[in-house]
Ligand binder design. Structure first.
Ligand SMILES: Cc1ncc(C[n+]2csc(CCOP(=O)(O)OP(=O)(O)O)c2C)c(N)n1
Ligand code: SF4
Ligand SMILES: [Mg+2]
Length: 289
């Protein structure tokens, strides 16, 4: 009878299919099982590693479930007061324009308390990236209704469902910022399936690369789940998200930049970042407003 292989037979370099990026620390993330925050952190970290910008990137963490993001990313990060991340990122990018600067914000942070900061930073055309995690709820504080909560969606403060007559309509921040002249790349992605994870990573990478164009904010919404706040298993929450969130928040690019020859980055030999920037597909249709 053949011997059962031991773990030493299997755990070998040639059998490796995945290595955790060194831009993520070894700290165990506190997120609930199945939550999209963890996957999105990984994608941001992988993009930073692939672009070779670990020591040139400064992130701004929000208030919300991802408040401790700086514990998980091995890069310089700053914590902002609730909703104020775009204001802080503005200061950082203006003082250190050679750095890659991003904010990472939930929907309560970005679309409720930080609406003004978000809209004004996008309208001014600051040159940083916003990663926006839209799970339609205030996850951290117990699942209260957010501006992004869907019509009829039950939350702890709308237990009979969001009645739009009384509670107002959900706010589509991503479509809204796309109308502003200060945004250059606006896209909506998700991370619930391998195919979507790949697309989301590509979008995050482009968003970082577009900072070099100096044409304004690059804005990536990730439609995400909150299994705990939605009171579902991770699997149920992903199915619910596909059935209910995606029709209201459709995935795809909303605005892509026109790459003008005069702002194209000068190519340096062996420069991975600039190589990939100049390969960016600029044929995608630009939405005009
Ligand atoms: C000025 C202020 N108001 C309210 C709070 C309470 N608070 C902390 S996190 C949060 C909601 C976060 O929701 P979201 O941004 O959607 O992040 P999620 O937890 O869903 O990822 C609120 C209201 C606070 N910390 N500061
Ligand atoms: S409460 Fe929701 S958003 Fe927060 S970690 Fe848990 S699943 Fe994620
Ligand atoms: Mg939220």
């Amino acid at each position: 009878m053949a011997e059962t292989p031991s773990s030493n037979d299997i755990v070998r370099e040639e059998n490796l299919v995945y290595i955790k990026t060194k831009v993520l620390t070894d700290n165990v993330m506190h997120y609930c099982p199945g939550c999209g925050h963890g996957t999105t952190h990984r994608l941001v970290a992988e993009v930073i590693e692939e672009l070779g910008i670990q020591s040139d990137t400064i992130g701004v963490a929000p208030v919300g479930c991802s408040v401790l993001m700086y514990n998980y990313m091995d890069i310089d990060m700053q914590e902002a007061a609730h909703g104020r991340a775009p204001a802080l990122a503005t200061a950082i990018k203006r003082l250190l324009p050679e750095k890659y600067v991003f904010t990472y914000q939930g929907d309560g942070d970005l679309a409720a308390i930080g609406t003004a900061e978000t809209i004004h930073a996008c309208n001014r055309g600051e040159h940083f990236t916003i990663i926006f995690i839209n799970n339609g709820i205030y996850g951290m504080t117990g699942g209260q209704m957010a501006p992004t909560t869907l019509p009829n969606m039950k939350t702890s403060t709308s237990p009979y469902g969001r009645d739009v007559k009384m509670m107002g309509n959900p706010l589509k921040m991503t479509e809204l910022v796309a109308t502003l002249p200060g945004t250059c790349f606006v896209t909506r992605q998700a991370v619930h399936s391998p195919a979507n994870v790949r697309k989301a990573k590509k979008a995050i990478k482009k968003a970082f690369e577009y900072q070099n164009l100096k044409q304004g904010i690059s804005f990536v919404e990730i439609v995400s789940n909150c299994p705990s706040g939605w009171k579902m298993t991770p699997l149920q929450s992903n199915e619910w998200m596909v059935e209910n969130m995606f029709p209201f928040y459709p995935l795809g690019d909303i605005k892509t930049p026109e790459v003008k020859p005069e702002v194209q980055v000068e190519q340096k030999e062996g420069d991975v970042l600039h190589d990939s920037l100049n390969q960016i597909d600029t044929d995608s249709k630009q939405v005009k407003y």
